[in-house]
Design a protein around this ligand. Sequence first.
Ligand SMILES: [Zn+2]
Length: 108
Amino acid sequence: MHELVHALDLASGRYNRDYTVRERRATFMQNLWRHDVGSRLRTSYHGRFATLDYQVAAAHGTIAAYANEIFTGAGFPKPPGAPAAASRHSALELRGPSSVARARGEAR
Ligand SMILES: [Zn+2]
């Protein structure tokens, strides 16, 4: 599943220049699949950075918003607890802070 997201991003022109965004997108779908088959969720990308996007989306009921970003955009919501500057590639963020808050299940 993880590598299929990379393949989709390459084939669709949505390959983000930031490898942490690419890997978080791929790990999100990998974790969605892992959850469905009862496997332990990945919490980091080989210990280099956290990959908790699926866990956050599941907790906030925003899995569809994250998946929509994967299937229509090249970005991804900023990782939990990250400064705003780290998220400048997300199309969700380009639509404004309120859409990000909605996608992340936060009150406006
Ligand atoms: Zn990868």
